[in-house]
Design a protein around this ligand. Structure first.
Ligand code: GDP
Ligand code: MN
Length: 381
C-alpha cells in the first residue's frame, strides 16, 4: 500500500527524519492559513499517487500568500498522472545546494533489505540508472540489526557524495529503522536535500507498507484510515461498483482468473510468453458465481482480441465458474477466440461444459492455454 506523500512524511518524521514543516489543505482558503503557519517562501505540492510531479508542474515554489492562493486555485481540480487533485501539501521551502537519492527496500534476489544511494537525486530512479548506469549504489543489510554506520558511510562515498556524508548515512540508518519498524516494502526519499548549513531534509517521501503486516501495527491503523482509496476511472470504476477487481492494461488479451494470486501469476506468465493483457478480472471469493457479469464487464474493453480463462478450484467449484462464464459468452462466442485452463475442484465437469457448449477443448496446462491466447490475439490483430 502506497502512502500519499504527506502520510509517508509523517511516518518518516516518526522515525526521526527531518521533514520540512507542512500542512495538508483541500481548498485555496485553507492555503492561506497554512502559509501563515509554515511561512514563505513555501512549496505547494499536489498529492497524487504518481511520480514526476515536479516536471509536470505539480510542485510550485511560491513567494507570497497571494501567490500560494493563486497556485492552489489553479492546482486543485486539475489532473496529474490521471488523478484529480483534491489535496495539496503546503511546506516551508528549503533552500538547498544538493539533492540526493536514498531508499531502503526488499531485494528479492538477495532476499535481504538493501540500502540504495545516488548522489544525483530529484529525477526518477529509473531515469537515473538509464542516464548514468551504475550511479545508484546498493548495500545489502540485515533485516534484524541496524546497519553499521561506518559501512553506510562507505556506501554514501561510493555513490560519489563528498559532502555531509555522515548526515546522509545517518539518514539512511533512520530510514532502515522506519522500514523495519513499520514492516515497509519501500522507504524512498527523493530528493534528500542538503541545505547551506549542511543539514539534510526529506523533500519527498514514498513509503509502501506491507498490507499483510498491518495487523502487527495498531498505530498504523489511523494512518491507513486516512489513505484515500485508489481512484479508479471508466471500466475499472464500473467493475468496482459491481464488486469486481478489474484492471485495464492496454494490451490485447482479456483475462478471467479466480483469486488474486492466480490472476497475478497469469499476468506474469502472459508477459513471460510475450503477450499483452487488455484487461483482467478476478472471480475469486464470493464472485465465483458471477462469471456472466465478469465476462460482460471484460468485453466492454474494446481492446480484447482473445479471451483467456484460467481457473483453479479449491472450495469454489470451477464448473460453477464456467457455467457463469458460458452464460456471459452467449451470443458472442463466434467472434472471439478463446483459451481455457481449468484445474482443481469440478474441473472434469467444467471441461466437459466448455467442450459441449463452445466446441473448445481446454488446454492441459496454464502455459499452453496462455500460448494459445497469445497466438489468437496476434492472429486477430
Ligand atoms: P516528484 O517530482 O513527484 O518526485 O516530486 P518531488 O517532491 O520530488 O518534487 C520535485 C522537485 O521539487 C524536487 O526534486 C525539488 O527539486 C523540488 N522541491 C520539492 N520541495 C522543495 C522545497 O522545499 N524547496 C525547494 N527549493 N525545492 C523543492
Ligand atoms: Mn521526488
Amino acid at each position: 500500500m502506497l502512502l500519499p506523500e504527506h502520510l509517508g512524511k509523517r511516518l518518516l518524521a516518526g522515525s526521526g527524519l527531518p521533514v520540512p514543516p507542512g500542512q495538508l489543505v483541500g481548498s485555496p482558503a485553507a492555503v492561506r492559513s497554512a502559509v501563515d503557519v509554515v511561512g514563505v517562501p513555501a512549496v505547494v505540492k499536489v498529492q497524487v499517487p504518481a511520480g514526476g510531479r515536479g516536471k509536470a508542474g505539480g510542485v510550485r515554489l511560491v513567494q507570497t500568500e497571494a501567490d500560494a492562493v493563486r497556485v492552489a486555485d489553479e492546482l486543485l481540480g486539475s489532473v496529474f498522472g490521471g488523478h484529480v487533485v483534491t489535496e495539496l501539501l503546503v511546506e516551508r521551502a528549503i533552500a538547498h545546494e544538493a539533492e540526493h537519492y536514498l531508499a531502503v527496500t526488499d531485494d528479492p534476489m538477495r532476499r535481504t533489505p538493501v540500502l540504495l544511494c545516488a548522489a544525483r537525486g530529484g529525477v526518477d530512479v529509473e531515469d537515473l540508472e538509464r542516464a548514468e548506469p551504475g550511479s545508484v549504489r546498493s548495500l545489502a543489510v540485515s533485516a534484524r540489526s541496524a546497519p553499521d554506520v561506518g559501512s553506510v558511510i562507505g556506501l554514501v562515498r561510493d555513490a560519489g557524495i563528498t559532502e555531509g556524508e555522515d548526515a546522509v548515512a545517518e539518514t539512511l540508518v533512520a530510514m532502515w529503522r522506519c522500514y523495519r519498524d513499520n514492516d515497509a516494502e519501500l522507504v524512498e526519499v527523493n530528493p534528500l536535500a542538503v541545505d547551506d548549513r549542511g543539514a539534510v531534509w526529506a523533500l519527498d517521501a514514498k513509503c509502501v507498507l506491507d498490507e499483510a503486516a498491518l495487523g502487527r501495527h495498531e498505530d498504523l491503523g489511523r494512518l491507513v484510515e486516512e489513505c484515500p482509496p485508489p481512484a479508479r476511472e471508466g471500466l475499472e470504476a464500473r467493475a468496482a461498483a459491481r464488486g469486481f477487481l478489474l484492471v485495464s492494461l492496454g494490451g490485447s488479451i482479456g483475462v478471467v482468473a479466480n483469486g488474486a494470486g492466480l490472476t497475478m501469476a497469469t499476468l506474469d506468465t502472459v508477459h513471460h510468453f510475450g503477450g499483452t493483457v487488455a484487461s483482467c478480472i478476478e472471480i475469486g471469493g464470493d464472485n465465483y458465481t458471477k462469471g456472466a457479469d465478469a465476462i460482460g464487464l471484460l468485453l466492454e474493453d474494446g481492446g480484447v482480441k482473445s479471451l483467456l480463462v484460467n481457473l483453479c478450484g479449491a472450495f469454489a467449484r470451477t464448473d460453477v465458474m464456467v457455467a457463469g462464464i458460458l452464460d456471459g459468452l452467449a451470443g458472442r462466442a463466434d467472434q472471439l477466440p478463446m483459451a481455457f485452463a481449468i484445474a482443481g475442484t469440478g474441473s472434469a465437469e467444467a471441461r466437459t461444459l466448455v467442450h459441449e457448449r463452445l466446441g473448445v477443448t481446454p488446454a492441459p496446462t496454464m502455459d499452453l492455454a496462455i500460448q494459445q491466447a497469445i497466438a489468437a490475439a496476434g492472429a486477430g490483430s
